[in-house]
Each structure stands twice: as C-alpha cells, then as structure tokens.
Write a protein that binds this ligand. Structure first.
Ligand code: GRG
Length: 298
C-alpha cells in the first residue's frame, strides 16, 4: 500500500504532511520497546524522548522525497522512523550538562532532568542500537537495500557524521571561528541525517548515481539552511521553540559572525541551491520542494 494513497502530481503539502506525520508517530509507537515493568526507565525514557512533539522533519523529508520519486515501498516508513530515533538519541546527549546543558526540549524538561544523566545516556545508546535493528529488519525491502541503508545511517552518525560535527561544535564553538569551519560543523552535526534521509530515499527508489548525487546536494543545502534557521531562532522565547532561549549565547555561529541580515541572505542562497538541484531532478513542483518552501518561508 502506498504511504499516500493519493499520488496525483499536484498533491498539496499540508494533507500529505498530516497523513505522513500520523503514520510516522503511529509506527514509532509500535517500533519502540514498551516498558516491561514500572521501573523500566530506559524503555520509558526512550519512548518519552522520541514520541515528544518534535517536528519529525527527517522522516517526513525522506517520505516526501520517496513520494516525489514515485517509489512506494512499505518498509520505507521503518527506515524513516529509524532516522527519527537517531535524531532523538543525539538530542538526549546534546542536552546533557557536559554538552549544551539544556533544561527544555520539545516543550518538556530534558531527559536527564526528568530521569537522571545515567538513564539519558543509556536510553540514547539503546535507541541508537534499536534504530539499526529496525533498518536491518525493514519489511519488503531487499537485503541489499537494507544493508546499504544500514551503511548510510552509520556514516551519518559516526566519525564522519554527527559525532564529529558535535565535537567540532563543542570544541570550536566558543572561540572565534572562520565561516567555513562553522559550515563544516553544521554540515556534519545537522546535515548528516538529512543526507541519510535523501540518499536512502534515492536508494529505495533505485535512482542513478547522478540523481543520488543531486539528492545529496539537496540534503546538504537543506541541512545548512536548517541549522542557520535554528541559530536565527535561538533568541526566540521557549513557548515558540520548545527549547531554552539563548542556548547559543557563548557560541560563534553564522548569525553571531555575520549578523542576522547576512545570515538570512545566506539561508536564501542555500534554499536556491537546493531548489536548483530539485529542478535538475525534475522535482521542482514536488512535495520536497514544497516542504523546503514551507520550512524556509521568510
Ligand atoms: C548519539 C546520534 C548520536 C550523536 C552523538 C550529540 C551528538 C553526537 C550530536 C548532536 C547534534 C545536534 C544536536 C545537532 C543539532 C541539530 C538540530 C538542528 C536539532 C534541532 O532539530 P529539530 O528542529 O528538532 O528538527 P525537533 O525537536 O523538532 O525534532
């Protein structure tokens, strides 16, 4: 069954987002372990952290791209959910006192405040390994696709992905940093999961190498733009972002370095570049392009 039953080309974004978001949340609820007893805090924290009201951008991006590419694989939703699990696992760690020391996430107290640092670390590790087992077992996808999807996910996380980006961010973020060093950290810590989302969509859809390269470029621009937007929103009140305001107070971000206007211009450049690649793919009017327009609307 197609994830979106209505596959006409002009399908509007909002109903598609609503339908996919419901499917992602339902499937996440099914895939995450249930607590086995009232003291099973790891399972409870995993569910609490993942199912808290985040935007689900990474799984939605992957599923919208699959729709644009006319690929309807039932197992894709599980891989999309694994991206959300990895993202949530990274947030558990990012919020710890030894990292960003955050108190609020997705409008709720951060996981370590609610359950303690030990539970937050263990829930993150459990979630990461669970995400890989979900990809490995994704139904109705060939063994080759599942194996390659595992590879894409691990590249997004490890020494060439989120972990390295987070390290650069923690250890370069509080000093003056050149713009390209900031972009590199942003690309790794935020772009990596967007790349996994779109490359996996291309893999499932059986895209050519050239088209996968274009999807990767879309994801890179999307990731850089997304982190810029996150930085631009840093001063906003917690009611709007669900996070602590001014978390980047002591960090050198693009916004701190260039100012808000130049950062906005930079953001528009990323959106234009992403759209150019979508056009190359013949997806200028697709749902992925609409998602981009919606997220980065001025
Ligand atoms: C264990 C996977 C793993 C990674 C370890 C801690 C770490 C390395 C990386 C953290 C990277 C990080 C927090 C990047 C920031 C990315 C970002 C823009 C987060 C906010 O994403 P949204 O806006 O959040 O999509 P919601 O809550 O809506 O999902």
């Amino acid at each position: 069954m197609a994830l979106l039953s209505n596959t006409r080309p002009g399908l509007a974004l909002e109903p598609a987002l609503l339908a996919l978001r419901t499917q992602v949340d339902t499937r996440l609820g099914e895939l995450l372990p249930e607590p086995e007893h009232p003291q099973d805090l790891i399972a409870e924290a995993m569910r609490e952290g993942v199912l808290a009201p985040g935007k689900r951008v990474r799984p939605l991006l992957m599923l919208l791209a699959l729709h644009d590419l006319d690929a309807h694989a039932p197992g894709a939703i599980d891989i999309a959910c694994s991206l959300e699990m990895v993202h949530a696992a990274s947030l558990f760690l990012d919020d710890l006192p030894c990292m960003d020391d955050a108190t609020l996430r997705r409008g709720r107290p951060t996981l370590h405040i609610r359950y303690g640092e030990d539970v937050a670390v263990l829930a993150s590790v459990a979630l990461l390994s669970h995400a890989f087992s979900v990809v490995a077992a994704a139904p109705e996808l060939s063994a080759s696709v599942r194996t390659r999807a595992v590879g894409l996910l691990s590249q997004a996380i490890g020494p060439y992905g989120l972990v390295r980006g987070q390290f650069y961010d923690l250890h370069g973020g509080h000093q003056a940093r050149a713009l390209d060093a900031i972009a590199k950290a942003n690309q790794l810590k935020t772009g990596s999961l967007f790349i996994a989302a779109l490359e996996t969509a291309g893999l499932i859809a059986g895209c050519s190498r050239a088209d996968i390269a274009s999807l990767r470029s879309v994801a890179q621009e999307f990731g850089l733009g997304f982190q810029l937007l996150d930085d631009l929103n840093d001063g906003k009140a917690s009611e709007h972002t669900g996070k602590d305001a001014h978390q980047d107070r002591d960090k050198t971000t693009v916004v701190a370095l260039l100012g808000r206007d130049a950062a906005r211009q930079q953001l528009r450049l990323h959106v234009r570049r992403a759209n150019a690649q979508l056009e190359r793919l013949g997806l200028a009017d697709g749902l992925t392009a609409q998602l981009l327009a919606r997220i980065f609307a001025d």
